[in-house]
Ligand binder design. Sequence first.
Ligand SMILES: [Mg+2]
Length: 266
Amino acid sequence: MRSILDLQRDELRGLVGLFADIDETISTRGKIQPEAFEALWRLHRAGVKVVPVTGRAAGWCDHIARFWPVDAVVGENGGFYFFHDGKKLHRRFLYSEEERAGFRRRLGQVRERIASEVRGCGIASDQLYREYDLAVDFCEDVAPLPRDQVLRIVDIFHEAGARARVSSIHVNGWYGDFDKLSSSLLCARELLGVDLEQNPRAFGFCGDSPNDEPMFAFFPLSFGVANITPFLDLIERKPAFVTTKESGEGFVEVVDRILVARALRD
Ligand SMILES: [Mg+2]
């Protein structure tokens, strides 16, 4: 990993958009500070495509796609992307309604097993608004769980044949062949007309935790905000750059550099 202070303006030459995780990347200790939300607006107004990529629920993403200055939002770790075209909301799911209902039934059994085997975890308060995944809370509305218990939750998902990822607050588990990266690439190609397989430097990515690893692995311009440090031993493919500040302030550091490079280029 390099410090963001070593990032050269030239490296941002071909960048047209930014994917960003939300929790503890755009938000700071659970709140979006004005500077971070303003940074989204600054990108938007400068014509940089902005797409949050999150493990958060479909219900949240409906709101984000409608109300935030973004081009789209990838949610539930890649189960869909939503966007608003100025008139109406569009919801692009990777699996049909029937398939999603089947996934949720199977996750109901996993949920019972986790509840009986891991003491002290909870179910995320936004579970009702999810289309695909089961979000097990280990840090948001419950007392923080020890690391080995968090990893036990991951193991239970895997034993049940589900995928699982650890964010800063939840373990998300799901059925279906997708992750944050696969759906971000799909969104860029289908909606934004950018083939990132051909041109991975067209977008940057900013994140903070192990569920962002597929994104860190793919994007040459990947940024970890400074609070990623305690999770680094859980991440094999680390971000290319790390910011000097944590959470939303780190996100603003990334945005500032993108916009300075863009202003000097134009
Ligand atoms: Mg996060």
